[in-house]
Design a protein around this ligand. Structure first.
Ligand SMILES: NC(=O)c1ccc[n+]([C@@H]2O[C@H](COP(=O)([O-])OP(=O)(O)OC[C@H]3O[C@@H](n4cnc5c(N)ncnc54)[C@H](O)[C@@H]3O)[C@@H](O)[C@H]2O)c1
Length: 421
């Protein structure tokens, strides 16, 4: 039987190792509370379907930590969404916000649904009722949502509306990743891809490598994958492979990323059927085995695992997705000498600009896009430098260094607050 990966166990095993390196055992008073989420809510979401029947969907909101500030994290719509996955995603948000040193804890939400099977009206009713079901635990000062897999600014607008209607006044700061017209931030749509590109460039600069002409393969061509591919392409990288749930496209001389993005925008957000002279489709096995400089997984968890890790030839793995590498695969990559720039650092750009959006909403003041990008660059580069410092000081891989940096901050904040009551 195929091995079942438990994302929460994956997260915990790394967290425990990082704690041990900092001298904390699992039952240390300062650490024990970080191993478990503060709060987890399962909700039933009744939705009036277009055929007149009511269908019940299961949804989740997990608040892993509010030690360093309000909980923050996206909402995912996916048929495989489940409590354990959402718990892991919430914990990764806690770590990520601490790595970036922004004043948030971590949360995540999910609904078990295949949104492609719902009409626009059904999707809106599902999003709004999900918001109503988790209302008792969310709020701009306690838990702020954002888009994740299969959700976008459209869902955030609906969440904001549902929350605002129940409060009786507009509350833009309840969600980030909103459309600009509702108080969204300039620069937010591409922030995660931009943050990943900044991290890659920081790594290459530190190691004295020139990005121009370096080859990249991208798994997932949604928000993170397409923006990352576009920005890397603009920096002179050669994006030789792009993939999504439906297809994988390869071109030795580099894909015209902007044309692929325009195609996806006009074809239901997929690159299925995209062609250009010299391009071809390849299999998943061929994709993982591509002889590229950088592999950019930007789709789902556990994509790099025991089955494909030994075929990977990429020198650098830039984790755009959350948890794309299993613990076992991570160990094998370390033995092979493959550099892994971990999710909790690489994809933090999204939550960093979400933080800027929330700050703008609370101040009722809009920033210019260059201010957003300048501050994003500053925070991502500082986080990279701090992770690099621990990587060198303790001689540990970047993932371990990032967890150690985050844990130091969370443990310090916990001990300053002390236990209640
Ligand atoms: N959106 C953000 O700001 C953000 C921030 C941080 C991390 N992330 C993480 O990045 C990842 C992608 O999120 P997103 O917002 O881009 O989602 P999205 O829904 O916009 O895009 C997901 C993409 O992955 C593809 N995909 C799904 N399963 C696949 C598979 N098995 N093989 C190949 N492609 C597959 C989809 O077809 C789609 O192109 C997730 O892990 C998410 O948690 C997102």
């Amino acid at each position: 039987m195929a091995k079942q990966y438990d994302p929460y166990e994956n997260m915990l095993s790394i967290l425990d190792s990082a704690a041990a390196k900092l001298g904390h055992s699992k039952d240390d008073n300062d650490y024990v509370g970080i191993r478990v989420p503060e709060r987890a809510l399962i909700v039933s979401i009744p939705v009036l379907m277009d055929n007149g029947k009511i269908q019940i969907f299961e949804g989740y909101r997990v608040q892993h930590s509010s030690t360093r500030g309000p909980c923050k994290g996206g909402v995912r719509f996916h048929p495989d969404a489940n409590l354990n996955e959402v718990k892991a995603l919430a914990a990764w948000m806690t770590i990520k916000c601490a790595v970036a040193n922004i004043p948030y804890g971590g949360a995540k939400g999910g609904v078990k649904v295949d949104p492609s099977k719902l009409s626009e009206g059904e999707l809106m009713r599902l999003t709004k009722r999900y918001t109503a079901q988790i209302l008792p635990i969310i709020g701009p000062e306690r838990d702020i949502a954002a888009p994740d897999v299969n959700t976008s600014g459209k869902n955030m607008a609906w969440m904001m509306d549902a929350y605002s209607m129940m409060k009786g006044y507009a509350v833009p700061a309840i969600v980030t990743g909103k459309p600009l017209e509702l108080g969204g931030s300039l620069g937010r749509p591409k922030a995660t891809g931009k943050g990943a590109t900044i991290t890659l460039l920081n790594y290459l600069k530190k190691t004295g490598q020139n990005p121009v002409g370096m080859t990249v393969a991208v798994q997932g061509f949604g928000n993170v994958g397409s923006a990352g591919a576009e920005l890397m392409h603009a920096q002179g990288f050669k994006v030789v492979a792009v993939s999504d749930y439906n297809t994988i496209i390869y071109k030795k001389d580099g894909i015209d990323v902007n044309a692929a993005i325009a195609f996806a925008e006009n074809h239901g957000h997929t690159i299925l059927g995209y062609e250009e002279p010299g391009s071809k489709t390849i299999s998943a096995d061929e994709f993982w085995g591509l002889n590229v400089d950088v592999l950019f997984p930007a789709a789902m968890e556990n994509q790099i695992n025991e089955k494909n890790v030994n075929t990977i030839k990429a020198k650098v793995i830039l984790e755009g997705a959350n948890g794309p590498t299993t613990v076992e695969a991570d160990k094998i990559l370390a033995q092979k000498g493959t550099v892994v720039l971990p999710d909790v650092l690489t994809n933090a750009g999204g939550v960093v600009v979400s933080y800027f959006e929330w700050v703008q909403n609370l101040e009722s003041f809009m920033w210019e896009e260059d201010e957003v990008n300048r501050n994003l660059n500053k925070i991502m580069t500082k986080a990279f430098d701090e992770v690099w410092g621990i990587h060198k000081e303790f001689n540990v891989p970047f993932r371990m260094a990032a967890y150690m940096l985050a844990l130091r901050r969370i443990i310090k904040a916990k001990s300053l607050r002390s236990i209640f009551p």
